[in-house]
Design a protein around this ligand. Structure first.
Ligand SMILES: *Cc1c(COP(=O)(O)O)cnc(C)c1O
Length: 358
């Protein structure tokens, strides 16, 4: 049997394994931070109509620049943003890949503060960018001074910040973003995949965009909108950044079906985002219940919770799975991450936790 190593693959990809959370057939799946609520009927009808209207024209290429969709996204974000500030792609992973292609790549350096989103280093590797794994402090926080020190040392062409941070859940203090913008010689990407779940009073980096042309805010419809299968991510930045990613994007990268479905979903945002408050309530229930049991739990501004298991997290992860509850081992010794589900799923998790952790 031929293996990867038998092929003339790039040396920097040899021996690597592909990204992937286990997609196991389990009753309660709380491992990939999806929105647990299915798409409501009214939204299904609206998306079906919008997609149907595109079908006769599938002989034609889509709008390469997705202007109507970008206009709708600007309207959703507010903050005085316009079409020229927005760019969209097949998930924010693709947006971030395009940013690396445009601003990093061979001979350049990207830096992120771990533990954070495991795709950031993988996207760097895929684009031939050297990755620097800078560190958060042992309690998972990040101070402006610690961030600046590591940036001064490595002079990265591109910095990833993640706020709220996956897998720890906590949003960054805006002072950290300010300090990083001042110290970084290159681009600063703030991945705000979970922004809609942040606790009240948590500011978005969108408010820092005016006057900061090297700042990019990355967003997605995969989490709060419950549109992970639709694959729609986007960025907000100075219009010059949008010009730059257009140099590297594939022509017609966003299908007309994706553009139509995403626009229909955005038009139905009240119905889709109606689940956010319910999910936040379940998140707060997980945090509160585990803390009552005396477990260390990170503050969460997201739709998931990172909690300490005490001892070997792999065995605890397996014990949850044995009880039909799939959560996530993010490779942090002594910690596991669980997505806040609907009330029934969350109860299943908390009941299993009661058995396993007491
Ligand atoms: C889930 C997640 C994303 C979403 O990626 P998409 O490609 O938009 O589905 C992006 N960033 C972080 C930190 C995430 O956890």
């Amino acid at each position: 049997m031929t293996t990867i190593d038998d092929l003339p693959i790039r040396d920097d990809l040899r021996g690597r394994s592909a990204y992937g959370a286990p997609q196991l057939d389990v009753a309660v799946r709380l491992n990939t931070n999806e929105n647990s609520y299915p798409v409501p009927d009214a939204v299904i009808d609206a998306i079906a109509k919008a997609v149907q209207a595109e079908l006769r024209d599938l002989n034609r290429y889509p709008d390469r620049d997705a202007v109507a969709l970008r206009t709708d996204l600007a309207d959703y974000l507010g903050h005085g943003l316009t079409t020229a500030n927005l760019w969209a792609a097949n998930g924010s992973n693709e947006v971030q890949q395009q940013l690396l292609q445009a601003f990093a790549g061979p001979g350049r350096v990207a830096l992120g503060f771990g533990p954070s989103y495991s795709m950031h280093p993988l996207l760097a590797v895929g684009t031939g960018t050297r990755w620097i794994g800078a560190l958060r402090d042992p309690g998972f926080g990040l101070t402006p001074a610690a961030a600046v020190e590591q940036i001064r040392e490595h002079q990265p062409d591109l910095v990833f910040l993640c706020s709220p941070n996956n897998p720890t859940g906590t949003a960054l203090d805006p002072e950290v973003i300010d300090a990083v913008l001042a110290a970084a010689p290159g681009m600063v990407i703030v991945d705000e995949a979970y922004a809609e779940f942040a606790r009240p009073g948590t500011p978005s980096a969108l408010s820092l965009l005016p006057g900061h042309p090297r700042l990019v805010v990355s967003r997605t419809m995969s989490k709060a909108f419950g549109f992970a299968g639709g694959r729609l991510g986007y960025l907000a930045a100075d219009p010059a950044v949008v010009d730059a990613v257009q140099l590297v994007r594939l022509p017609y990268h966003l299908s007309s079906l994706t553009q139509a479905a995403a626009r229909a979903a955005l038009a139905q945002r009240d119905a889709l985002l109606a689940t956010v408050d319910a999910i936040k309530a379940q998140r707060d229930r997980i945090v509160g219940t585990l803390r009552e049991r005396g477990l260390p739990v990170a503050d969460s501004d997201a739709n998931f919770v990172l909690f300490a298991t005490g001892g070997d997290q792999k065995a605890v992860w397996q014990a949850f799975l044995d009880r039909g509850v799939l959560i996530r081992d993010v490779g942090l010794p002594g910690w596991l991450r669980v997505t806040a589900g609907d009330p029934t799923e969350t109860s299943a998790f908390l009941n299993a936790a009661e058995e396993i952790l007491s």
